[in-house]
Design a protein around this ligand. Structure first.
Ligand SMILES: [Zn+2]
Length: 207
């Protein structure tokens, strides 16, 4: 097993469209890296490009997905300036001083986990913020279930605010999105067996 000196992929001579392909297994570089070094030829993106229709379709079929297009030649202009406020006072200072930001990021969850002041206080800061607030840690780092955490967050933020969360698997994403949509639409989420961490007997038994 030889590794490409350029990209680290395992060299192989069977699948030309996959990583590590080289016609000669005793080569030092895969074909992609070889062409990049010697011909400035970016085989993957310059020749075949990205199938934008496929990307758009995938985004369209994924509830809750946000497609963010940035211009690589003017990267900063494509970014949204946000202010991460672990201390809720930061939002007040920023609003008061008119800082040039488009959004705030604030820890907010039903357990007060890692929140500097009580939940009611942070809730007030969010509702008075002049910019949309992206709330994070809605499940208090696994201390409550997605159903509890996400439902609380969506029930207590404004329509322009967001709940941001991470997931390990696509199943978790679908489950979290369904819980979020149910909270927004004020209905009961349609869920299979729990796939997220921190499952509890109560949630497993609900039906
Ligand atoms: Zn390579």
């Amino acid at each position: 097993m030889t590794i490409c000196k350029g990209c680290g992929a395992v060299l192989q001579n069977e699948y030309p469209d996959q990583a590590g392909y080289t016609p000669r297994l005793d080569a030092e570089y895969c074909r992609r890296c070889f062409r990049l070094i010697h011909y400035d030829d970016l085989t993957v993106s310059m020749r075949t490009g990205i199938d934008s229709d496929a990307v758009l379709k995938e985004a369209e079929n994924t509830p809750g997905a946000v497609l963010w297009v940035v211009d690589l030649f003017d990267f900063e202009a494509g970014m949204i300036p946000g202010l991460s406020a672990h201390m809720p006072e930061l939002i007040l200072y920023s609003d008061r001083n008119g800082y040039d930001v488009e959004t705030y990021i604030q820890i907010y969850n039903c357990m007060g986990f890692m929140m500097q002041i009580e939940i009611e206080g942070v809730n007030g800061v969010i509702w008075n913020a002049k910019k949309p607030v992206m709330t994070i840690k809605s499940m208090a780092a696994g201390r409550c279930t997605p159903f509890v955490g996400i439902t609380f967050s969506f029930a207590t933020i404004r329509p322009q605010d967001m709940v941001t969360l991470g997931a390990f698997t696509p199943d978790e994403v679908h489950e979290d999105v369904e819980i979020a949509l149910a909270a927004i639409e004020r209905r009961r989420p349609v869920l299979g067996k729990r796939s997220s961490p921190a499952r509890t007997a109560i949630v497993d038994a609900r039906q």
